[in-house]
Write a protein that binds this ligand. Structure first.
Ligand code: PLP
Length: 366
């Protein structure tokens, strides 16, 4: 049996008629840029996330970039974030001319260790950017409390966490701004790049809409230099079709996670732990195992898909050498990078497949 890490064909087949219909509608109307589906999706997504505004942009990376730009992150400012994330979290800070200040993670949740944030605050700190890694929210109450005491902005990198909740609140809706990615492998994926920012602030909504349209409120009259960052009509139409299915898909991922947790209980594997406050939606199901590379080779031989998210923490990336971090500065993330492995968890995974995955993993560790 071959079990891929993710098989998007199954999702497409399950919604083929609806998706094909949405695509054909866009093609027939030919309004490929800023078509009505963009606004419809923004309204539906804002409602889903429990926020006043949702702003469609070209990618999750752009969502982070525009959000930080909108709150004044730039040269001479610092942004505190986790060192254990996808590269975009830190690359966007650098690209705005600001300094990324990395914090180690909590051993249990893979998310930023909130106890280590406050000591990294300086007079230059502008924002805190927690990442809700693998589909589980960071400890947002603690982060919002620190931010309020130091007058800082909080930008949630919720790229992997649409439909996750923190104490009942939707991911992305707790900070000043929340950023999402619709990269195809995300829980809500577009057929290409796409992203979104959510906020309750009238001011930030207005600034972001200007920034994503080359800095113009009125076409061809530019108050500032912005970007070209749009969610395509075609992508919005497909996302609109998929959104009503998102909660069901998240429930199916949680069900698969519960199955693995039960199968792996008592083994030397360390399972991903959902914090008490979290509604974890398992964009990834990530195990920790000492002989990770051995398990990786074993899964490869047995035809099971996996991925290493992430093989190196951000503070040790070559491109960030100039920031002066050294090995063992942020030890939990460094150790995690050597132990983590993510296995198939997607909603359409069949019972016989997840059983085969669990059997194969257990055969290796025992
Ligand atoms: C945590 C995190 N932040 C940011 C991004 C960037 O999103 P995108 O690939 O849509 O630019 C991703 C996903 O790729 C991500 O996983």
């Amino acid at each position: 049996m071959q079990v891929p890490l993710l098989d998007l064909k199954r999702e497409y087949q399950s919604l083929k008629a609806e998706i094909d219909g949405a695509v054909l509608d866009v093609m027939a109307a030919t309004q490929y840029i800023n078509g009505p589906q963009v606004k419809q999706f923004e309204e539906a997504a804002a409602k889903y996330c429990g926020c006043k505004y949702a702003i469609g942009v070209a990618s999750g990376t752009d969502a982070l970039l525009l959000s930080m730009r909108a709150v004044g992150v730039g040269p001479g400012t610092e942004v505190i974030t986790t060192t254990f994330s996808f590269f975009a979290t830190a690359g966007t800070i650098h690209n705005l001319g600001a300094k990324a200040v990395f914090v180690d993670i909590d051993e249990e949740t893979f998310n930023v260790d909130v106890r280590q944030i406050e000591k990294r605050i300086t007079p230059q700190t502008k924002a805190i950017m927690p990442v809700h890694l693998f589909g589980q929210c960071a400890d947002m109450d603690a982060i919002m409390d620190i931010a309020a005491r130091h007058n800082l902005i909080v930008i949630e990198d919720a790229a992997q966490a649409i439909s996750a909740k923190y104490k009942g609140k939707m991911s992305g809706s707790i900070g000043h701004l929340g950023c999402f990615s619709f990269y195809p492998t995300k829980n809500l994926g577009a057929p290409g790049d796409g992203g979104m920012i959510v906020t309750n602030s009238d001011e930030l909504n207005e600034r972001l809409r200007r920034l994503k349209a080359h800095g113009a409120n009125v076409k061809y009259f530019h108050e500032e230099v912005g970007y070209n960052s749009r969610l395509d009509t075609l992508h919005a139409a497909i996302l609109l079709t998929k959104l009503p299915h998102l909660d069901g898909w998240s429930a199916a991922r949680r069900n698969n996670a519960a199955y693995y947790n039960q199968r792996f209980a008592g083994s030397p594997l360390r399972m991903p732990r959902a914090a008490d406050y979290a509604y974890h939606i398992y964009n990834q199901y990530t195990l920790r195992v000492d002989n990770r590379d051995g398990l990786r080779d074993h899964l490869k031989q047995q035809g099971i898909g996996f991925e290493i998210y992430y093989p190196a923490p951000l503070h040790l990336q070559k491109c960030f050498q100039y920031l002066g971090y050294r090995e063992s500065d942020l030890p939990i993330a460094e150790r995690s990078a050597k132990q983590v492995i993510s296995i198939p968890i997607y909603p359409q995974l069949r019972e016989d497949e997840r059983e085969f995955v669990a059997d194969t993993v257990l055969k290796f560790v025992s």
